[in-house]
Design a protein around this ligand. Sequence first.
Ligand code: HEM
Length: 208
Amino acid sequence: MRMPAIALASKMVGRWPDGSPLTRCPAKPDPSLSDANDFGFWEEDKAGLKCPIGAHIRRTNPRDHLVTERTQKDSREMAAKHRMLRKGRPYGPPLSPELDPHTLLQRTEDGEERGLHFICLVTDIRRQFEFVQNNWVNFHKFGGLENDSDPIIGNHYQNERRKTDSFSIPEYPVRKVLTDLPNFTRLKGGAYFFFPGIRALHYLLANG
Ligand code: HEM
């Protein structure tokens, strides 16, 4: 049976449009949980039946269920080393100002320039942003998967050596696998900037 579009989009992200995490409310959004961040995957959703193993938030922050680590504690410690402070900024007129998913689905392409500046603050660009992008977002075998990459921001392609354009949704008794995913994110450019550290900011404030 086909899954409603918003439920499928939420499976890909790992959160409902209101922010509530699928791990805590898999069947429908729960606005009281829209800021919930205190959850794990190991105890609550080892098989990914609530939040798929390859969902965007599970790949970019695997929390206590990093399959390369032996224990939940090791996993949490390892995942913490790769975390980043994100501050996304949309640009261009929104397709629908209220950002209601149902309204968005009615809209058609209008030729306006719009998109998202993905901005993250890190202390070590290789360990944080680049590691997450290369080893978790784009890895086709992440968490025991086979031919998937991040459904939202991964590069989806097929060549003679590799396929990365599937999205697996664990279900009981049989998982669902979507194939031939197009690329949903088009990268227009990128830049790394140095930013003064806290000590430098204090110095500038005190001596400016
Ligand atoms: C078009 C590009 C992107 C879109 C539309 C997008 C969308 C989202 C959404 C909807 C969430 C869930 C809400 C939240 O937790 O804030 C999220 C979380 C997150 N994203 Fe992205 N994202 C994008 C690019 C990236 C990139 C390039 C990275 C890093 C390589 C990244 C890393 C993260 C992380 C670390 C989280 C939080 C996971 C968690 O702690 O639960 N995202 N993103």
